[in-house]
Design a protein around this ligand. Sequence first.
Ligand SMILES: Nc1nc2c(c(=O)[nH]1)N=C([C@H](O)[C@H](O)COP(=O)(O)OP(=O)(O)OP(=O)(O)O)CN2
Ligand SMILES: [Zn+2]
Length: 118
Amino acid sequence: MIVYKSFTFDSAHFLPNVPLHHKCRNIHGHTYHLTVYFEGEVTSPEGWVLDFALIKNAVKPIVDQLDHTILNEVPGLENPTAENLAIWIWKSITDKLDGLNKIELKETPTSGVIYEGK
Ligand SMILES: Nc1nc2c(c(=O)[nH]1)N=C([C@H](O)[C@H](O)COP(=O)(O)OP(=O)(O)OP(=O)(O)O)CN2
Ligand SMILES: [Zn+2]
C-alpha cells in the first residue's frame, strides 16, 4: 500500500539557462505543492504502513530549508527547474525513511513533475 503526505512552500527562483527572451529568466515566485509517497506493508498491531508523523518529521526540515528562500542560492539548486528541485528533494529524503516511492511537485496550478527516483 502507498501512503502519502503533502506539504507547501513558497520560494523565489529564476531559470539561468533558458533563452534570453524567456520569462522565467526573471526572478519570480511559486507556491510549491509537494506530495511524498511511501510504499510498504500494513503492519500489526498499528494497522498502518508508516506513521504520517514520521513522514512529517523527515520531510518538514527539508521543506523548511526551501521555504521563503531564493532557490538558486541553495547549494545544488543553482538551476532550480521543477525537475532539478524534485531530484534534490528526493536525494534529501530517501536516506531518512525507507520506502520512498514517488514525489509529486507542482510549481503552478497547471504545471509540475512526478519523480520516481529514476
Ligand atoms: N519542464 C519545465 N518547464 C518549465 C519550468 C520547469 O521547471 N520545468 N519552469 C518554468 C517556470 O519556472 C514557471 O514555472 C512557469 O511555468 P508555466 O507552466 O509556463 O507557468 P504559467 O503560469 O505561465 O502557466 P499557464 O500556462 O499560464 O498555466 C517554465 N517552464
Ligand atoms: Zn518558475
